[in-house]
Design a protein around this ligand. Structure first.
Ligand code: SOE
Length: 395
């Protein structure tokens, strides 16, 4: 099938909540704003509840619905499987899709355990030998200001990196009566703030510096141990049954750790969903011998850069509004100064993936990158369980 003379790629997306909505708009918008070698077709939406899935499919423009992900993978018109489900199902769906010769985009964190992530990375490596590709959805790499930061660091602008400071602060579960959800259930989510948002800053800092985290010393904390179960809640697995009034929280509310990077930098990380007043503050500051960068997702079109090689008398942090045509991704959007938002990084993710598929290259972040993050998350949990003992990350 072709559209405007270009080949199409049928997408089958499993899951349709927060991430499903973000991915749907990305698949729809990508060909409208970017000149793509492959045009995505929203072929099938997968969800167990046929009625609810059909409603969402209509809203977001999916052509059909499948209630079993195995049937979705088996469809001839699906060439790429997009996994937007909780972590406990990532490994089974991704491995089955890759074995069936379908490309895969999988939401982060890659899996709920290192063992699952290893199996997924192995399946991806095997599939790549036959031209089938896999990518994990660490979308913040594709915020233009952060892509620019990566460019500056890779060009050596900051010199030798000494400090990495990363935080991901939200407050949506600060209240003890915020209802229980799958994100508080270890069997579904793998971990709490650590995997949900901490995974982003682990991937992002490794991406920005081009270095790896080699060891950690960590603390995890759960402040609220039980939460009310919402009436219509049906997503529990093991920790409570539907109809129960309260469910036990089995994940961390906050994760803090110190780390070392392979190039010698020292680092601090903080991920919490209880930082009252902070809504989605992913902040990174990196200091090197020749300068620094600072970024806050709550002001996502701006990158701060400090040039330490300038004369002290007029040196100072410079505010770069990352909206110029020469900035990453921006030429496809608006005139300078016309800001973009959270959802655009998902469109950039779809664009980069489609370009990689068309040129037969491995899209990044790869499943191997996802596995590297998973190993850091596991080391954090191990360290925290052992009174913050220094824990090396297997490389
Ligand atoms: C998706 O990338 C995601 O990590 C969500 O799962 C988090 O809950 C969100 O707050 C940040 O983005």
């Amino acid at each position: 099938m072709t559209v405007d003379g270009k080949p199409t790629l049928g997408i089958g997306m499993v899951g349709y909540a927060f991430m499903g909505a973000a991915h749907s708009q990305a698949w729809r918008n990508a060909p409208s704003f970017f000149d793509l070698p492959l045009v995505p077709r929203l072929a099938a939406l997968g969800g167990r509840n046929a009625e609810a899935a059909a409603e969402v499919a209509g809203k977001f423009g999916w052509e059909s619905v499948e209630t079993d992900w195995r049937r979705l993978i088996a469809r001839d018109d699906v060439g790429l499987v997009d996994i937007c489900t909780p972590g406990d199902t990532h490994a089974a769906i991704a491995i089955a899709a890759l074995e069936a010769g379908k490309h895969v985009l999988c939401e982060k964190p890659l899996a709920n355990s290192v063992a699952e992530a290893e199996a997924m990375a192995e399946a991806a490596e095997k599939a790549a030998r036959t031209g089938v590709r896999a990518m994990v959805g660490f979308t913040y790499r594709r915020v233009p200001a952060l892509s620019l930061a990566r460019r500056l660091i890779a060009e050596g602008t900051l010199g030798q990196i000494r400090h990495v400071r990363a935080q991901y602060l939200q407050d949506w579960i600060s209240d003890a009566d915020t209802p229980f959800s799958w994100r508080m259930d270890k069997t579904k989510a793998g971990s709490g703030a650590l995997g949900d948002i901490g995974a982003h800053i682990v991937d992002l800092t490794q991406f920005l510096t081009g270095e790896r985290i080699t060891g950690v010393s960590a603390m995890l904390e759960t402040f609220v141990h039980e939460r009310p179960v919402p009436e219509a809640f049906s997503g529990l697995s093991g920790t409570a049954t539907t109809g129960a009034e309260r469910a036990t929280v089995t994940v961390d509310d906050a994760a803090l750790f110190l780390a070392r990077f392979s190039g010698g930098a020292v680092a601090s990380f903080e991920a919490t969903r209880m930082a009252s007043g902070r809504k989605n503050a992913l902040r990174v500051e990196i200091n090197g011998t020749d300068g620094a960068i600072a970024f806050d997702l709550e002001n996502m079109n701006v990158l701060h850069h400090y040039d330490h090689t300038e004369a002290a008398e007029h040196a100072g942090y410079k505010r770069i509004l990352v909206t110029e045509a020469g900035h990453p991704y921006f030429a496809a959007w608006w005139p300078p100064g016309h800001l973009i938002g959270y959802e655009h990084s998902f469109t950039h993710q779809a664009v980069d993936l489609l370009n990689a598929l068309a040129t037969g290259t491995d899209p990044e972040p790869t499943f191997a990158d996802g596995l590297r993050v998973q190993r850091v998350l596991a080391a954090v949990e191990e360290s925290a369980a052992g009174d913050s003992v220094w824990t090396p990350v297997p490389q």
